[in-house]
Design a protein around this ligand. Structure first.
Ligand code: X2X
Length: 336
């Protein structure tokens, strides 16, 4: 703190009666916590979390207030992860793949074509693999709530040409989120991946810094990416979700009872959000087509073969190690 700030602060403090410093207004929350995320306010993640925050405030008699900051308003994912670690932000939903810059094993759900359907996703991520990942997250001063929120199966979009076969990805300027697994996967496809935080993706596509990106339909819709893209290839190349993360110290500052309320309500909201996203997946094809995206289907087996022959699976099996890889394969079947 500079002397000036220190003096100003002391001057202010001495001007106030002590009692006023210690007492909060009758209607102020004891804990006013920030929840940051990168997704538009209209996405089910934010609509469901908003309802949950209301329930939490009520159930804690106003002690715990959670203010939601959608759309990366507090900073990019990379910035916000630092803020979460320092406690400047108390809650943050983040893709496990991006979290892997801090907790490497958290990227494991992003292995290409690992999950054949949503049943398998939730059985795996609410089950042993999720527990393993949460254990590693806990070692880094963060606390992950039990239920992940759905981002979804990812699809590729392009502003220049349709992506129909893996060959169409050769040399393609693809935006990927900041994460070694994403970069590695698109390098294995022969593309030219660039790491860009989601907060910059719309502009990067608009100004042709990159020619394409990949995201689930609900995220493409909420981020209005159809305004700056022309084609959408249904590839389902990866499933991605958001861990609901808390700064451990901030979370443990709440009473055990209040912690139970926050976790219960946020986990319940995650389940509702999953159902919302599943319903959106069924309705968004026609909406996004009407908004100007030309859809095409692909043969996922060809894309998977491309990854296999580039050595993607054996490389990442080695990186994740036998325990995590074995836990994934126990749930989804043999991958390599
Ligand atoms: O950055 C992305 O593309 C997003 C929104 O899907 C994630 O949070 C990983």
């Amino acid at each position: 703190m500079s002397m000036l700030n220190r003096r100003t602060l002391l001057a202010t403090a001495t001007a106030l009666p002590l009692v006023a410093i210690n007492r909060r207004p009758a209607n102020a929350a004891e804990f006013s916590y920030k929840f940051a995320n990168n997704i538009a306010a209209t996405h089910p993640l934010n609509t469901r979390a908003t309802v949950a925050a209301g329930k939490i405030k009520e159930a804690t008699s106003g002690r715990v207030e959670i203010n939601i900051f959608p759309n990366s308003t507090l900073g990019s994912d990379t910035d916000t992860l630092s803020q979460l670690r320092s406690g400047a932000v108390e809650f943050f939903t983040l893709s496990g793949l991006i979290l892997s810059t801090l907790v490497p094993v958290a990227a494991i759900n992003g292995i290409g074509f690992a999950f054949k359907d949503y049943d398998t996703v939730w059985k795996t991520m609410d089950g042993k693999l999720g527990t393993l990942v949460r254990g590693e997250i806990a070692k880094r001063g963060l606390y992950a709530f039990a239920n992940q929120w759905d981002n979804g199966y990812r699809q590729m979009t392009s502003g220049v040409k349709p992506i129909k076969t893996p060959d169409d990805l050769k040399g393609f300027k693809m935006r990927v989120p900041p994460s070694p697994l994403w970069t590695g996967m698109f390098t294995s496809f022969g593309a030219s991946p660039t790491s860009i935080n989601f907060s910059e993706v719309y502009t990067a596509l608009q100004t042709h810094v990159v020619d394409g990106q990949e995201n689930p339909l609900a995220t493409i819709d909420a981020g209005k990416l159809y305004e700056v893209q022309k084609y959408l290839a249904v590839t389902n190349h990866m499933w991605d979700g958001f861990w609901f993360l808390a700064n451990k110290r901030s979370f443990e500052a709440l009473s055990p009872e209040d912690r139970v309320v926050v976790e219960r309500e946020m986990n319940a909201a995650a389940l509702l959000e999953r159902a919302d996203v599943a319903a959106l997946n069924n309705s968004l094809t026609s909406k996004l087509t009407a908004a100007g995206l030309t859809f095409n289907t692909t043969n996922p087996a060809d894309f998977r073969t491309a990854l296999k022959s580039a050595g993607f699976y054996s490389e990442w099996k080695g990186k994740f190690g036998p325990e995590a890889w074995g836990t994934l394969e126990d749930a989804v079947g043999s991958l390599a």
